[in-house]
Design a protein around this ligand. Structure first.
Ligand code: G3H
Ligand code: 13P
Ligand code: ZN
Length: 311
């Protein structure tokens, strides 16, 4: 099966009350860990690439690694541009064979967000590519942009109909209290998401796929391993998994996970070096990182997203 768009995946996920995992990829081991998990769980997958990932790995390498994932698994896989900053970034990904792009013009005023998104949608749709847009602003770090918690804005349900109608976007990322990175809540702060906003958006856009960014759970057992073996990640806190399950049972069809993969890799590598100080073959410690990614993605698919046996 060649690369696919997310259209069919989202239709089934919406009806079935589950979500598709969108995992950020930067290197071969992460891609392999994700798709091995997807294969064992028979799950559709979205592999997403940020501008930072394209810069790090070289777009050509990433494209061919993702192509290899498609060929070796036969799974329905979407190659998605994460947080496209402008029309040019989206155009470049579309011209390069991406089947889905995100235009993130959420930091612009409502009217400009519509104009920029609409231009991307026109270019993408003419080429059979789907578009995710964003309304509202998450806190946290994405690429070089750091949005402070006080500058984050929840999505306003009053705006979603006009936005989706005028832009023609295929899915919509909303801000309901998730944030990017591994430090989503302060210690002692009760993790909360605005499910009232998600519910209202769902009512106003029946059947329309909603996307949740900043949805890592930052597993505390892995953070403890990092800290035990020489790392320093005090107070790393993520979104409780039961909240993600609830979101997946509502209008959320795509759940973005990056930080959890980073935490899993780092824990595995730190532990590996502590236990084997004599090792210097990258295959040994990167092999552990790959296995750790596979384990966490399997857990996400089976216990959080519910996308197992849906390929
Ligand atoms: O939302 C951002 C993703 O976590 C990608 O992170 O820009 O560091 O690759 P990155
Ligand atoms: P996390 O930092 O919570 O993994 O979010 C990833 C994300 O939203 C990528 O777009
Ligand atoms: Zn994001």
């Amino acid at each position: 099966m060649p690369l696919v768009t997310s259209t069919e995946m989202f239709k089934k996920a919406y009806k079935g009350g589950y979500a598709i995992g969108a995992f950020n990829v930067n290197n071969m081991e992460t891609i392999q860990g994700i798709v091995e998990a997807g294969k064992e769980c028979n799950s559709p997958l979205i592999l997403q690439v940020s501008a930072g990932a394209r810069k790090y790995a070289n777009p050509v390498y990433l494209k061919h690694l993702i192509q290899a994932a498609v060929e070796t698994t036969g799974l329905p896989i979407v190659m998605h541009l994460d947080h496209g900053a402008d029309f040019e970034a989206c155009k470049s990904a579309i011209d390069d064979g991406f089947t889905s792009v995100m235009i993130d013009a959420s930091h612009h005023a409502f009217k400009e967000n519509i104009e920029i998104t609409k231009k991307v949608v026109e270019y993408a749709h003419e080429r059979g590519v789907v578009v995710e847009a964003e309304l509202g602003q998450l806190a946290g770090i994405e690429d070089a942009v750091n949005v402070k918690a006080e500058d984050a804005n929840f999505t306003q349900p009053d705006e979603v109909c006009e936005f989706t109608e005028k832009t023609g976007c295929d899915s919509l990322a909303i801000a309901i209290g998730t944030s990017h990175g591994a430090y989503k809540f302060k210690p002692g702060q009760k993790p909360q998401l605005r499910f009232d906003i998600l519910e209202e958006v769902g009512k106003r856009l029946p059947g329309f796929p909603i996307v949740l960014h900043g949805a890592s759970s930052v597993p505390q057992d892995r953070v403890a391993i990092i800290n035990q073996y020489g790392g320093k990640m005090p107070d790393a806190i993520g979104i409780p998994e039961e909240m993600l399950r609830k979101a997946a049972s509502m209008a959320v069809c795509k759940i973005n996970i990056d930080s959890d993969l980073r935490v899993a890799c780092t824990a595995a590598i730190r532990k590996h070096f502590f236990e084997h100080p004599d090792h210097f073959d990258p295959r040994q410690y990167l092999g552990d990182a790959r296995a750790a990614v596979k384990e966490i993605v399997k857990h996400k698919i089976m216990d959080v997203l519910g996308s197992n046996d849906k390929a």
